[in-house]
Design a binder for this molecule. Sequence first.
Ligand SMILES: C[S@@+](CC[C@H](N)C(=O)[O-])C[C@H]1O[C@@H](n2cnc3c(N)ncnc32)[C@H](O)[C@@H]1O
Length: 239
Amino acid sequence: MAWYKEWFGAEYLELYAHRNRGEAETHVDFVERVMGADRVGAVLDLACGAGRHTEVLRRRGFRALGFDLSLTLLTEAPHLPRVAGDMCCLPFSDSIFSRVLNFFTSFGYFESEEENFRVLEEIARILEPGGGFLVDLFNREQVVANLVEREHRRLEGYSAEIQRWFDASTQRVNKRIRVHSPNRPVQTFVESVRAYEKEEVLQGLERAGLQVTALYGGFQGEEFNSDSERLILVGAKSG
Ligand SMILES: C[S@@+](CC[C@H](N)C(=O)[O-])C[C@H]1O[C@@H](n2cnc3c(N)ncnc32)[C@H](O)[C@@H]1O
């Protein structure tokens, strides 16, 4: 089974518990600053996970809808409007969203380039002309240069051993997570994300009909450079 169908469950949530609502507030502050505070159209939180951004957006009056593949994560927030599905073929009509937001490295999961870039075409298809998008990725250069090869994390009720490596033949950053819980066999999960160069993503977006208007290296609006933690691409569907 594809790694992304197995990993985004209870263990993911616990391991990434620091990626919380507080961080989502900062991200949405950024959205309001750089994309504007217009609350008229519908906003898609693409690959919303447990819905931390959907929740903040809705509390601030945005008409936000979450979309994700993981039923475990979607059911974490049953009070939020959300749809289950695969981002390679979004179950929405053309041109119905005024914004599509894709936070926290939720791109580059598929094995083939074609499938990954189809996601950008899908974003373009469901956006209205002039509609805004945000894609938030890790900065390949910074991540590959600073990979922590082995880490041990103690979490509530279990511990996790994490191994990370960059595979130059596939251009992917991989993570193996071995979860040790009392009275259970060790569980092994994998995370494997295609580490795209900035230019590759720019080209993919352009080919899809999505025009990048600004690049940032972080959610405080930092300029993007080789040391940036994030590669945040903001723009609009060509009119
Ligand atoms: C790193 S998490 C980010 C979640 C959320 N955006 C956040 O910031 O908390 C990636 C998310 O992508 C979802 N995902 C993975 N593959 C997917 C697919 N093919 N279609 C839709 N969602 C997918 C996972 O279930 C997970 O919730």
